[in-house]
Structure formats: structure tokens, C-alpha cells
Design a protein around this ligand. Structure first.
Ligand SMILES: [Zn+2]
Length: 366
């Protein structure tokens, strides 16, 4: 049974799992200002933290993926030294832990942080170091963080990034992704890179089915993607008749049958124009049809969200209860690139007991 009006305070205390979050999309405005001063970067539109935060949110809500991506010029500009990367990664760990996230896979394109002379390896090492420091600072809020190495679609460094990911696979890099504008940069360009990673028994998630539709999803799966970054356009292959009965096309059925995880990021989809509003977001249809739906933040700064606020927005739109939040969390944990035994330990040792305690609290209040 659904509990009406699941309070955000309760959602924040629920042990949550985040699979799709960009490191360069989650900086604190104050940190951006301080890092810009340290690194002599003068391009910021404001040096007032309130105004700067507002500027990022405005830039994100213009309904175009290309415009949305422009806001990253400023965050990336201040992520060019080892100290800056350690700090950004540590604060990411702290912010997620404070929001009740117990496991997160955070991604970044290392090639974006080499302008100050860092090597790709140094970028990854700094980020992993930041995760360790941040996770160590949040007593009473244990969090496990892993890194996904992203290659940019419009660049030509995917092979290097794949090799980089493999070099650091035992140190906390658990997967590979490609991001950037979908239009004009089909993932097929990187077929040999994906083949190499699959051959190395490494994990792949690809941004697909966000700005672009079904062919991009099919191609990502052909190339070995285990999860779909967004994947929201899979709804283009689902017809709902007048009686509310859903009919799945071949691809949608395949994605559901194979339990292929969809890394849905509802607010980000609204901002990038992939969905009209939270209320009309395909999340609810996909959840009702029991696709392997997961809820994610994408870019916490630009979209002004946390994982808890994202769940609260879905709760407000669709009346999710604690059971649904737990189901979505278990979906995410099952879909993580952590080894099976560690996933199981998170589920039985952290997630299920955490939700059971909250449920007992809710029942006691009635
Ligand atoms: Zn993304």
C-alpha cells in the first residue's frame, strides 16, 4: 500500500543507489568560485555563489541538449589540477552521503581535465583519491563510490580512455561510457573500442536514447552496452491503446525481457527537452510495465536536484510509496557494476534493513 505524501526527510534517510551522475555536473557553486580564483580562470558569469547557482540552473532549462552541455565549460575549466579534482571528488562523496546515497557510480571524461598538464592517469588517480577522502569524512553515513570513465563522442580518444579504464579497473574504475551530443556521433564509430572492452570482460553503459531514439538504443545494445544511459526513448517502441493496454515492439520487449537497466534522469530529461515535464515523463509507464527502471540525477548542479529530490518529484507526480522507492533502489543495486557478492552484501546488509527500519517507523506513526 502507498503511504500518502512520502516526506523528503524520510526519502533522504532511505539508503539509495545512484548509477548516473556526472562529476563535472555536481560541483558546489562556492567551490567553483574558489577553484576559479586558485587556477586564474576568469570566465565565470558571476562570483556570487547564489547568482552562479542560478545561472547554471537557467542554462540547464532551455530545452536543448547542446545548450545544456555549454554550462559544463565552466565546471570543466576549474577541474584542471590534481588538488581541484581531489576536492571536487571528495565533496561529491560528501554531498551524496549526506543525501543518503549508499552506493554511487560517478562518471567523468578524464580527457576534459588535461588542459593544465595532468595526464589521463593522474586525473583518474586524483578522482579516486577524492572519493576515498570524501567517503572517509562522513562518519555515520557510509558510502561506497566507484568511477565510470567516459569518452566524449565528438573527440577521438575513446581507445585511450578504454585502455585507461582497464589500467585502473582494480582501483575503483568499474565501467566505460560515452557521452556528449548524440546527433552526428553514432556510437558505431567506436565499435572496435567497445569490442575490446567486452573482450576484456569490462562493463559498458552508453548514453543512448536521450536526444535520439530507437536506432541509437539498438546500436548501443549491439555494441555491448549492459545499461542504457537514459534510454528513455524506448517508449517510442511502446503503444498504449485507448483502454490503457500497452503493446511492446520488438526492441522494447527485448529491453524488458533482458532486464536491461534504464538509467532514467527525469529532471535532466525535462531540461534537455527529452521529456515535456515530470508528470508526462515516461518513467511511470516504464515502471508500471516493470522495465528495469532506475532513478538518477545526471547533473545535480545544473538541474538543481539531489537523488532524494528526484524521488520526491516522482512521488509528487505519481504517488510513489516506500515500496516503490525500495524497488527502484534494488533495481539500481542489481544493475551496478560492482561484483555480484558485493552487490548482494549491499542489498542484504544495507538496503533491505534500511527500508525495513523506515517502514517500521512509518507503521508506528499510524
Ligand atoms: Zn548523463
Amino acid at each position: 500500500m502507498n503511504e500518502p505524501g512520502l516526506a523528503i526527510g524520510l526519502i533522504r534517510r532511505a539508503p539509495k543507489v545512484l548509477l548516473h551522475d556526472h562529476l563535472d555536473g555536481g560541483l558546489r557553486p562556492q567551490t567553483i568560485i574558489e577553484l576559479a580564483a586558485d587556477q586564474g580562470y576568469r570566465g565565470l558569469p558571476s562570483t556570487d555563489p547564489e547568482e552562479l547557482g542560478e545561472w547554471f540552473r537557467r542554462g540547464a532549462s532551455q530545452g536543448s541538449l547542446e545548450l545544456y552541455l555549454e554550462t559544463f565549460e565552466h565546471t570543466v575549466a576549474v577541474m584542471q589540477t590534481r588538488a581541484a579534482l581531489v576536492r571536487v571528488a571528495a565533496e561529491c562523496a560528501e554531498d551524496l552521503a549526506a543525501d543518503g546515497v549508499v552506493y554511487a557510480e560517478v562518471r567523468h571524461a578524464p580527457e576534459l581535465s588535461t588542459r593544465g598538464g595532468l595526464t589521463l592517469d593522474e586525473v583518474v588517480e586524483a578522482i579516486l583519491e577524492g572519493f576515498r577522502i570524501g567517503a572517509g569524512q562522513v562518519a555515520g553515513r557510509p558510502i561506497v563510490l566507484r568511477f565510470l570513465a567516459t569518452a566524449m563522442r565528438q573527440a577521438d580518444r575513446a581507445r585511450e580512455i578504454a585502455d585507461l579504464a582497464l589500467r585502473h579497473r582494480d582501483a575503483g574504475v568499474v565501467g566505460f561510457d560515452i557521452a556528449g551530443p548524440e546527433a552526428g556521433y553514432p556510437p558505431g564509430r567506436f565499435a572496435d573500442v567497445f569490442g575490446r572492452l567486452v573482450h576484456a570482460s569490462f562493463h559498458l553503459t552508453l548514453h543512448a536514447g536521450e536526444g535520439y531514439g530507437l536506432p541509437s538504443i539498438r546500436e548501443a545494445l549491439d555494441l555491448g552496452a549492459e545499461r542504457l544511459g537514459h534510454g528513455v526513448r524506448i517508449v517510442d517502441d511502446i503503444k498504449v491503446d485507448g483502454a490503457g493496454q500497452a503493446v511492446l515492439g520488438r526492441l522494447a520487449a527485448y529491453v524488458r525481457d533482458r532486464r536491461i537497466p534504464l538509467e532514467l534522469c527525469p529532471t535532466s530529461n525535462v531540461h534537455s527537452g527529452a521529456a515535456g515535464s515530470i508528470e508526462s515523463h515516461p518513467f511511470e509507464l516504464l515502471r508500471r510495465l516493470r522495465f528495469r527502471v532506475t532513478v538518477n540525477t545526471d547533473n545535480r548542479l545544473m538541474s538543481d536536484v539531489s537523488l532524494s529530490s528526484e524521488f520526491a518529484a516522482l512521488e509528487a507526480a505519481f504517488g510513489l510509496g516506500l515500496d516503490e522507492v525500495e524497488w527502484l533502489t534494488l533495481n539500481a543495486m542489481k544493475s551496478a557494476f560492482l561484483p555480484f557478492d558485493e552487490r548482494l552484501a549491499m542489498i542484504t546488509g544495507t538496503i533491505k534493513p534500511g527500508f525495513a527500519a523506515l517502514r517500521a517507523e512509518l507503521n508506528a506513526d499510524r
